[in-house]
Design a protein around this ligand. Structure first.
Ligand code: SF4
Length: 369
């Protein structure tokens, strides 16, 4: 995509849908190297769109791209990257070599395996791991993810910020899924999410739109993040309608509901949707946030920021139906926060929180702890 095309996409995502955090996926091609990634990120951060009561902007750009050299990682760190993701796809060497022959661009297993170590060495202290479940035995992949997390902790004192566990889906021109013996059954999928949740308790767990709404409901309590209203076609947010999207998407999504519908569904289950990006922008990353996460202190801030960012989203983008159910949920959350004073929150924090909350209702944006 050209930079003006990237801008158009970001304007729709920030101004019409209300996203605050993106994962921007780059192809593995010489023309989408580090310099292009930096340009894309800078353009996205510049977007600011007027909304119903305030303005929309992308506050955090995460990047999913090919493994890079330390010099290139330094460039994207300087351009303001959020989390850097490289998924190993499969930790099983033989399968990796089969699906990515050595002579191909993605064919170097070790270069990919140590890509996040290099990112850390370059100063990117926020990295994400993942495996594509279905390429090989899911139990092996779970152990691969755990070993990866432990090795990052051992060398840098910081584990992965998030773990992703997409399941292989049918994709255009890719016969692999039809032939594999390793497709992960629903029951096993729930097990692997539980094992990862318990084994890497400090990490964010990301469940993707590849899963159906029903599966999402079953695993969401073990997860911390999900994507919503995602489109996997290039330029699909601004350029094309849903019919065209079907023809150009990379693979089939299990959940194609709008962000509003997803948020309403979660709210009806009693889950608040947080758009918080505060920690990263207040310097709570890497070792800092790891200590805060392990002690539970960051979790208290999560609660306050979740209410504030959810309120922002409802004001600017929520449908009448979603606003109603969302406001009821927020009232319950505030009552719970009040009950936790002075244990988890000081009276001073409570007062600032309430002041921020009413300022957001009056159109101010981006107030957080
Ligand atoms: S406060 Fe919670 S949700 Fe916000 S950045 Fe920190 S960990 Fe993430």
């Amino acid at each position: 995509m050209s930079i003006p095309e990237v801008r158009k996409e970001a304007e729709v995502l920030a101004g019409k849908l209300g996203h605050k955090r993106l994962v921007v996926v780059f192809g593995e091609h010489p023309s989408s190297g580090a310099d292009y990634i930096c340009e894309v990120m800078r353009e996205i951060y510049k977007v600011k769109v007027k909304t119903r009561r305030g303005f929309g902007a992308i506050r955090r750009v995460n990047v999913n791209a090919a493994p890079m050299s330390i010099a290139d990682y330094k460039k994207i760190k300087a351009a303001g990257i959020g989390t850097f993701q490289v998924f190993q796809e499969t930790y099983h060497l033989e399968t990796y070599n089969q699906v990515h022959p050595y002579s191909t661009i993605k064919g170097n297993y070790l270069w990919r395996l140590y890509s996040l170590h290099r990112a850390m060495e370059a100063g990117i202290d926020d990295v994400a791991i993942g495996a594509l479940f279905g390429l090989y035995d899911w139990r092996f992949e779970v152990m691969g993810l755990l070993a990866h997390a432990r090795d990052l902790e051992k060398h840098f004192g910081i584990g992965p910020h998030t773990v992703s566990f997409p399941r292989l889906e049918p994709a255009a021109n890719t016969p692999f899924i039809k032939k594999t013996d390793h497709a992960v059954k629903d029951e096993d999928f729930k097990k692997l999410v539980a094992v990862l949740r318990l084994s890497i308790p400090y990490a964010g767990m990301i469940v993707t739109c590849r899963e159906t709404p029903q599966m999402m409901r079953e695993v969401i309590a073990m997860c911390t993040q999900r994507d919503a209203s995602s489109k996997v076609g290039i330029g699909a947010y601004s350029e094309r309608g849903d019919a065209q999207e079907e023809n150009i998407q990379q693979f089939i999504l299990g959940d194609s509901r709008s962000l509003d519908a997803v948020i309403r569904d979660l709210a009806s289950m009693g889950y608040i949707t947080s758009f918080c990006t505060a920690g990263y922008r207040c310097g709570r990353t890497g070792n800092n946030i790891m200590t805060m996460l392990k002690s539970g202190k960051e979790g208290c801030l999560c609660k306050l920021n979740a209410v504030l960012t959810f309120q922002e989203w409802l004001e600017d983008f929520g449908s009448a139906e979603t606003r109603k159910i969302g406001e009821e949920l927020i009232a319950r959350e505030i009552a719970e926060i009040e009950k936790r004073v002075p244990g988890d929150f000081s009276p001073v924090i409570l007062q600032s929180f309430k002041e921020y909350h009413s300022r957001i209702k009056n159109g101010e944006r981006d107030l957080c702890f």
